[in-house]
Design a protein around this ligand. Structure first.
Ligand SMILES: [Zn+2]
Length: 293
């Protein structure tokens, strides 16, 4: 499942091909992905220009000159490939290898920039939706989302207020899309590790009784921003790596400090702990029981 940094890397990779460009021709090779494609999908896109390419949590949002927004979600296995006169690249493919099998090329956007943007999705959990810009604020997929973890409104005061009085643990609180949008299992584990906070700690303990943030909340917000920024930066460098190695698996996963490292030595200087895996709400949590409290 692509996580937020991967989606942001995809957005950045698509920008030169799509930003300011028109959809010259749209080929939809299927009528449905995870959901049926919007009615008249190709016709509604053709001729309109992408005036901005944004992201909200794990959704890509292409603002169209028609006054509509194309909302795109990669699902489990979706990816975009860019092709131009025989050359190609796959932005954001740094964590999981992405399919290049042409039989899973479901949508082709031929852009006036000369690039063809190809949506490939073997398992078809990805989807696309066209929403009038004026209705975006009421869009059910976006309406319930909490603040962007890299946005200005997300800070220790906001996180502490959201966790005030919560009996749930920190892992559950950070996985809650209403508290912070799009973090995902990997980055919740990594952020808690960097903040030296146990995933089992009660969420309420990052706030005082009045809901004001304590030092834990400050450390946690810093760790969340840092781990996402590092991952996005690594995505960029892995993209350069990708062009050289022609689609080898990216290396950001080797930089995870706890995720998928059960039994390995903790990397915190001076800590002699070993990374442990537990299951919380059906998902694996990786943490160091010695330096995360
Ligand atoms: Zn440790």
């Amino acid at each position: 499942m692509p996580e937020l940094p991967e989606v942001e890397t995809v957005r950045r990779g698509l920008e030169p091909a799509m930003q300011g460009a028109r959809f010259s021709k749209v080929e939809a090779r299927r009528k449905n992905l995870r959901f049926p494609l919007p009615r008249n999908f190709a016709a509604r896109l053709q001729g309109s220009a992408v005036t901005g390419l944004g992201r909200r949590a794990k959704y890509l949002l292409a603002d169209l000159s028609s006054g509509e927004v194309l909302l795109m979600h990669l699902g489990m296995s979706g990816s975009f490939r860019l092709a131009k006169q025989g050359t190609g690249e796959t932005p954001g493919a740094f964590h999981h290898a992405r399919s290049k099998d042409e039989k899973h090329d479901h949508l082709l956007f031929h852009m006036s920039s000369g690039w063809t943007v190809i949506f490939n999705d073997p398992r078809r959990f990805g989807f696309m939706k066209i929403v009038p810009r004026a209705e975006l604020a009421r869009e059910p997929l976006l309406r319930a989302l909490g603040p962007e973890p890299l946005g200005n409104e997300f800070d220790a005061a906001m996180l502490a207020a959201a966790c005030r009085g919560k009996t749930a643990n920190l892992k559950a609180a950070l996985s809650d899309q209403k508290i912070v949008a799009g973090l995902g299992n990997i980055y919740v584990c990594e952020a808690l590790f960097r903040a030296h906070l146990s995933p089992k700690r009660r969420a309420a303990t990052i706030a005082d009784k009045g809901g004001k943030p304590n030092a834990r909340a400050v450390a946690l917000v810093a760790a969340i921003r840092e781990v996402l920024a590092d991952a996005i930066a690594a995505g960029g460098s892995t993209l350069r790596d990708h062009r050289q190695t022609n689609g080898e698996l990216g290396y950001f996963q080797h930089r995870f400090r706890v995720y998928d490292r059960e039994g390995e030595r903790c990397t915190t200087p001076g800590c002699r702990g070993k990374i442990r895996r537990i299951v919380q709400a059906g998902r694996s949590t990786f943490y160091c029981p010695v330096c995360q409290h």
